[in-house]
Design a protein around this ligand. Structure first.
Ligand SMILES: Cc1cc2nc3c(=O)[nH]c(=O)nc-3n(C[C@H](O)[C@H](O)[C@H](O)COP(=O)(O)OP(=O)(O)OC[C@H]3O[C@@H](n4cnc5c(N)ncnc54)[C@H](O)[C@@H]3O)c2cc1C
Length: 354
């Protein structure tokens, strides 16, 4: 089961004026728990102004680096990202959950991978580029990376080093939205029309085996449409959403309800089964948390998969699901923060079955 572990912050290094790279020290007894695949994320937890704040950050280091690093871009008014950029220092101990996530590289040798990232969306993609190009000498990668300005572009130097190292196998095209660029096609947002233009201009005649999208929701959805229109199978277009319109909603208010509106629920967590009454208007994560259980969660908006659990008994529907694959849903997995019971039957929800 996903669990928090106290880790020491080894370094907080400035990356751009509004982003930092935070490195964690993982003691040898935890290296197995913290082993990860390129594209996965860590959930960090701290207390800010007396409030328990937890947020997810994709690992930007590659598994083969033996490092655990995340890049955090400051969101105006954002609680955690402001804390990380302005307050967090090396030596601090922080609760970090073992790596989670399903935004993974497609398996296979000699593939041509395509990444499309905007802003901090570069983090999981950077990890994937480093991993796949180092591990597979026949893999190639094309990256389209959009930012407001050159100065606000995270990991520009590291990408340049990678380009020098993998001269024939890595291509990086920078798009800027608030600064002039020589080529019209690289000037402006990554929307469907621009994505189509980029594919026609820079990827014509090349196979596109897998695409990875990370950035704002609108960019992801429009680029996904363009890639499918260009002939890619939907299953080969993977994406990671950092936030969505519905993300980080406050927890549902606890209201007194009559028994008629509840069904019996059993929650399996850390090997222990707890029986509670599930209010049918409430999502299953809130029900577990309100019962005092320390169930794992992070975004509360169906974007990450930290609260993934298996419906062992009963039926549920999800308000939104940006994180689980169709096959996982078929096998009974739900995002507990989005799961509502369907019907009158009893429910068994297992957080331990990963
Ligand atoms: C799986 C996953 C991986 C992630 N990886 C990274 C990463 O590698 N680097 C990184 O910087 N962030 C990443 N995020 C986003 C991160 O978890 C936080 O949402 C982000 O740092 C904002 O948190 P906050 O507490 O500062 O803002 P909050 O206090 O939660 O929000 C403040 C306001 O900003 C809006 N907001 C929240 N997130 C964003 C955003 N990303 N862009 C624009 N507006 C936003 C909110 O809707 C709200 O209005 C990831 C999220 C997920 C789900």
């Amino acid at each position: 089961m996903a669990t928090f572990h106290p880790l020491r912050v080894a370094e907080v290094a400035r990356e751009t004026s509004d982003s930092v790279v935070v490195s964690f020290e993982v003691p040898s007894e935890l290296t197995e728990a913290f082993s990860f695949e390129a594209g996965q994320y860590l959930t960090l937890r701290t207390t800010i102004d007396g409030e328990d704040v937890r947020r997810s950050y994709s690992l930007c280091s590659a598994p083969r680096d033996g490092k655990w690093q995340v890049g955090i871009k400051k969101v105006p008014g954002g609680k955690f990202s402001t804390f990380a950029n302005d307050v967090l220092q090396a030596g601090t101990e922080m609760d970090v959950m073992d790596p989670q996530g399903r935004f993974l590289l497609k398996e296979g040798a000699g593939l041509h991978h395509l990444g499309m990232a905007a802003g901090s969306g570069i983090t999981p993609i950077l990890s994937q580029i480093k991993q796949v190009l180092s591990e597979d000498a026949s893999a190639t990668y094309t990256l389209f990376y959009s930012n407001k300005t050159a100065a606000s572009t995270m990991f520009r130097e590291e990408l340049q080093d990678l380009k020098d190292r993998f001269l024939d196998r890595l291509r990086v095209f920078y798009l800027l939205t608030r600064e002039p660029v020589d080529a019209d096609l690289l000037s402006g947002r990554l929307d469907q029309a621009r994505c189509k233009g980029l594919l026609e201009t820079f990827c014509q005649g090349r196979s596109l085996d897998a695409a990875y999208l990370c950035g704002p929701e609108a960019m992801i959805m429009s680029c996904k449409d363009a890639l499918v229109e260009a002939g890619m199978a939907e299953g080969d277009v993977k994406f990671e959403l950092f936030t969505s319109a519905g993300a980080a909603k406050p927890k549902a208010k606890v209201v007194e309800t009559s028994n008629a509106n509840t069904v019996p629920m059993q929650v399996v967590l850390d090997g222990v089964t707890t029986s509670i009454e599930l209010d049918k208007d409430k999502n299953m994560l809130d029900a577990a948390l309100d019962a005092g259980l320390d169930a794992p969660y992070s975004c509360l908006g169906g974007v990450c998969c930290t609260c993934r659990a298996k419906m062992v008994e009963g039926k549920a529907s999800m308000n939104v699901n940006y994180a689980l694959e169709p096959g996982e849903v078929e096998r009974g997995y739900v995002l507990a923060c989005q799961a509502h019971v369907e019907g009158e039957g009893a429910v068994v929800l297992d957080f331990d079955q990963q």
